[in-house]
Design a protein around this ligand. Structure first.
Ligand code: NAD
Length: 243
């Protein structure tokens, strides 16, 4: 059983879906967990009240000003982050010909720029203490592409490139950077898809089931732990054999 006592972990978009499960598992592993959220304040408060050692941190990861304010707030609270999980993400699916500039920009800004901005915000502290772990939540579609998701896929492929670059930039300073590429995971993000789409995805999954948030959180926990001390610059798939 992984024990993260003494470690402080920040999870973006940590009050729902996969992020919520990551927060829960890290808290159960005795870490202090900072839950970044932007919407659904009630869920964030309920999560804080149901677990021990949780700090809520409201802010928009896609805005550098918000990120700077969050970093300042952490300093005021005396919290030094050891592990950053860049989980916040959105979809605005559309076919290329119908996709608006706003749909493209919004997705790139939250998913890719948000991952960059949060990593940048915490870089100084990580490099100073010569340790740290960044875990970016990418996606299977960032590896193989997907019709109707050019914006989302580009953002997730971008996260993979960012992960590999930061791993090379920070490796000599003791900071590890990895990505998890989930397949089809049952959350609100996927619940909204039409049944026919879900059925066609299911037929491509050798393990014959959709993933759940625990499947992703378990890997995040491992990557954050000292057992993963020699793993950096990797993209690890959790997709039931889909790819
Ligand atoms: N569910 C899947 O099948 C699946 C598959 C592959 C990858 N992912 C990725 O996993 C991550 C979590 O997704 P999920 O399925 O749990 O969906 P979700 O919608 O529950 O989680 C996304 C979270 O990000 C938050 N968020 C959105 N914009 C934000 C912003 N600007 N600043 C801060 N927080 C913001 C949302 O409020 C939400 O809490 C996402 O990055 C998603 O792309 C999900």
């Amino acid at each position: 059983m992984v024990n993260l006592s003494g470690k402080t972990v920040l999870v973006t978009g940590g009050n729902t879906g996969i992020g919520k499960e990551i927060v829960t598992m890290f808290a159960q592993a005795k870490a202090h967990v900072v839950v970044n959220y932007l919407y659904q304040e009630k869920e964030a408060e309920e999560l804080r009240d149901s677990l021990e050692n949780i700090t809520l941190l409201k802010g928009d990861v896609s805005k550098m000003d918000d990120v700077d304010s969050m970093v300042l707030k952490l300093k005021e609270l005396g919290l030094s982050i050891d592990v950053l999980v860049n989980n916040a993400g959105i979809t605005r699916d559309n076919l290329m010909l119908r996709m608006s500039e706003k749909e493209f920009d919004d997705v790139i800004n939250v998913n890719l720029k948000g991952t960059w901005a949060m990593s940048k915000g915490l870089t100084k502290a990580f490099l100073k203490k010569r340790s740290g772990s960044i875990i970016n939540i990418a996606s299977v579609v960032g590896l193989i592409g997907n019709a109707g998701q050019a914006n989302y896929v580009a953002s997730k492929a971008g996260i993979i490139g960012l992960t590999k670059s930061l791993a090379k930039e920070f490796g000599s300073r003791g900071v590890r950077v990895n990505a998890i590429a989930p397949g089809f995971i049952q959350t609100k993000m996927t619940d909204d898809l039409p049944e026919t789409v879900k059925e066609s995805y299911l037929s491509t999954i050798p393990l014959g089931r959709f993933g759940n948030a625990k499947d992703i959180a378990a890997l995040a926990l491992f990557l954050a732990s000292d057992d993963a001390a020699y793993i950096t610059g990797q993209v690890i798939s959790v997709n039931g054999g889909m790819v």
